[in-house]
Design a protein around this ligand. Sequence first.
Ligand SMILES: Nc1ncnc2c1ncn2[C@@H]1O[C@H](COP(=O)(O)OP(=O)(O)OP(=O)(O)O)[C@@H](O)[C@H]1O
Ligand SMILES: [Mg+2]
Length: 274
Amino acid sequence: MLLEFNNHGSKSAELAIISSSPEKSTIEENTIVGMEDDFNTILDRVTAQTDELTVIPIFGMGGIGKTTIARKIYDDSYIRSRFDKHAWATISKEYNERQMLLEVVSSITRSNQEMSNDQLMEIVYRCLKGRRFLIVVDDIWSTEAWDQMQRTFPNDDNKSRILLTTRLKYVGDYVSCPDFPPHCESFLTLDDSWNLYTGKFFKKDVCPPLLVDIGKHIVQRCQGLPLSVIVVAGLHGKMNPTYDNWEKVEENLLLGWRMTSTPYLIASLPKQTS
Ligand SMILES: Nc1ncnc2c1ncn2[C@@H]1O[C@H](COP(=O)(O)OP(=O)(O)OP(=O)(O)O)[C@@H](O)[C@H]1O
Ligand SMILES: [Mg+2]
């Protein structure tokens, strides 16, 4: 197994997991750490006095927490109570109009798989017309996809909002309006990374003092990327928490860094214990 942590900040800089194991999808839901500033910035935009239908883009590299913050906003009871209708649509790299419509329809009313796209679009439009809605468009990759889908959402100048996540800044720029520039999702602080790591690893127990320094070095190498922290914690979770084991992990991360100038972990990790 090979884990590669590339540089932050560009499309090619996303975290790549070169592995057949599904760490990303099977890692259990973790408690959210940090994100307060991101949350408050987005909250201000969602609740701003602007009447016009407003798109609020959130951009940042893969694994930084865009979907997580969008979900936190979407699930917040105070925010939900301000809107009549709520819908979530996951787009992903290949835009599929039908899938988007089905997701939106099933969020706001009963869906019917038999309906044509035009019928689905009409239902969405009618259900949203005159209502104040909050829609999350998660993980959009192209401006063309946005051009196609935006006509589905009526603008009734009633403070409706669309929260949109993307890895691509130019997509964020394209969909945003001048008063609401795209929000760049922040990396975790070292403290938040540490809390996430120890929370995953030790659950409610505290980290043994002997492992704190070496553990913080390991966490530092994840460069504030939540997904990296979680994946590394997931790998460590399979081995005994001893100083020797953690030292080997740290050495691996350091070795990868020297080889590639990027955080890079060759997961020839110490033998797992079950
Ligand atoms: N602040 C956080 N606290 C705890 N876990 C987090 C935090 N942010 C993200 N995570 C976790 O990190 C992983 C990646 O987060 P998420 O899926 O939100 O990233 P993303 O930016 O949407 O990535 P992608 O571009 O691939 O869609 C998830 O397992 C999520 O639960
Ligand atoms: Mg996402």
